[in-house]
Write a protein that binds this ligand. Sequence first.
Ligand code: GCW
Length: 731
Amino acid sequence: MKLLPLVLAAAFGMLSAAQAEDGYQLWLRYQPLEKPALAGYRGVGTEVVSASHSATAKVTADELVRGLSGLLAKRIAAGDSIRTGGAVLFGTPTNSPTIASLKLPLENLGPEGYVIRSLTVKGKKITVIAGNSDIGALYGAFRFLKVIQTRAPADHLDIVSAPAVKLRLLDHWDNLDGTIERGYAGASIFNWWTLPEHVSPRLVDYARANASIGINGAVVINVNASALILTRDYIAKVAAIADTLRPYGIKVYLSARFSAPIEIGRLPTADPLDPAVRAWWKNKADEIYHAIPDFGGFLVKANSEGQPGPQDYGRSHADGANMLADALAPHGGVVMWRAFVYSHEVPDDRIKQAYSEFKPFDGKFRDNVIVQVKNGPLDFQPREPFSALFGATPATNTGLEVQITKEYLGFNTHLVYLGPLWQEVMQSDTYAKGPSSTVAKVIDGSLFGSKLTLMAGVSNIGADRNWCGSIFDQANWYAFGRLAWDPNASAGDIANDWVKLTFNNNPALTKPVVGLMMGSREIAVDYMTPLGLAHQMGTSGHYGPGPWVDDAGRPDWNPVYYARADRSGIGFDRTATGSNAVAQYFPAVADKFSKLETTPENLLLWFHHVPWSYRVASGRTLWDELVSRYTDGEAKVHAMAGTWAKLKPLIDAERFDVTADDLTIQERDAKLWRDASIAYFQSVSGLPLPAGMKAPAHSLSYYKALSWPYAPGQGGPGRKILPPPEDDTQH
Ligand code: GCW
């Protein structure tokens, strides 16, 4: 008799979940509810019903069966008509006469929105999940499962939701050799070598996870792109990925190397105004769409960090983007053209360059081009102000790029939840059209009425069993999807959901864990780059402190370029007396950042060169404050580890232990950051440590001599590309 639960568990596909808590199942664990909670879901019933036979409807039914049978620990059947009371009916008004007859408020929800309603139809209690397309219903199904996973009431549901942003994309910086630039979770999940014949089943779970949070596109290779991806054999491989992701509403996109017409097309030039080049891209687009009819489009990094681009031929970013846009337009594809451009040949403050390059071209881009702007004007630092480009180009589609992988925030071993960082960006007020012109409104298109909207996140996914390199980094993937769906969502609510889905619903656990997450980003800022400092990381690998570095090959890659510390003070003067970057913001913002007194303290050294003796809000001198911030950061990581240790009885051993180990690494790193930074800045300021502050453990020369040649995430294409042989297929 004892066998029965085990047999049932196996039948419902729950066995693997019970066996290993290795993080593979992410937030889709569907563990059986506790007995008291189960009682609340009796009305959900035992049937999943749909009249649609599309591939998407099939995976929706599979997910509902999997989720409900796991959560409710009972047998759930899938069918095409309601037989008993207590069914879950999903579909669209077109494929379900029942849904059509209900006249649900679907008109303004677009192709991806959904309605979930608890109803009684012909005397039977049902939960209806309806969209205008099967994809909308799939999103609704995941939302419905979340209701039960988080133990929210499910008997009087009336949920209406639609995404605010059209393109919600993961940008993979995955290389064709399987490495990932800035990837800390193992090798790429795209196994180019065995594609297209073998598609890893893991890609199905990848698609499920993405669909569950509304992600609807993936750029599958690095922006530092290899042109090989555009060759016939690789297009076939990409097509196999596209076929796998399609039922989940996910389109594939490719990074396009601007010089591909030369490298694989045998043309002498890649000049965007050259007719042969234009024809080459047009043919290439036709070829791709022949293999992948719903191909999303191209992402381009051009004339940035050594990448080729239109400026190599004296042409503009608009010329380059529009050429590709024209090639894709007949097929409905888009071009995402990155604004992350800067050149060491330009003698201006690096953070001003994207704005200077793109602002003059406002209105010059085709409708199917979207300029993709990093959240801050520099490069995914622990804290930056929002990029001045948001709001500055009303006649240009403008999308937001954030980095989910934590290149500058402790890789995969530091517990840093990025929700608050992204929320801070979204809620920043650009003042483009007066107060309340938030970045969120630029991104969702409401500020300027843009139709093509985008939020892209640089993926943190790899082939590690837990996908992201740590359990808590899964929260960043999750939060990205949720914020792309709703840029005004609260980072705290998202964290709360994630903890419930990932661990359990016990408030003794959820409260402290959400607390850990919500405080974590500010703590990382303090031990790495407090008070508006930026880019103080070691060269290349970007691991660990390197505030003294002044030989990185280009001035604007050097930490000393950013901190500008000297005997008199520290910080980058970006006011009118300095680089005047403040002038790129709208007047209300520029005024605020121009004055020392009105600049938020957390951006002080970003905008001002401040004397060491300046008194900050705490009453301390700037020097004392800087030392205290580093010290606080380190102390708070120690406290985080203590909080986690107390949670041991509430978490499975596997996920508890690995996270505890990561926190030990984070403590070690925070101490290193604190000590090395203080040792260096003290050598510059010549000031004594504030009373009671412990001295760095080592001398400055010790810290300077440290190096981490094997810091992960430094893989790159770097291969010589030979054009493939001419197609000599014998028909
Ligand atoms: O953050 C920097 C990274 C590069 C990256 C670049 C970019 C893909 O250090 O590795 O290259 O930004 O965003 O293009």
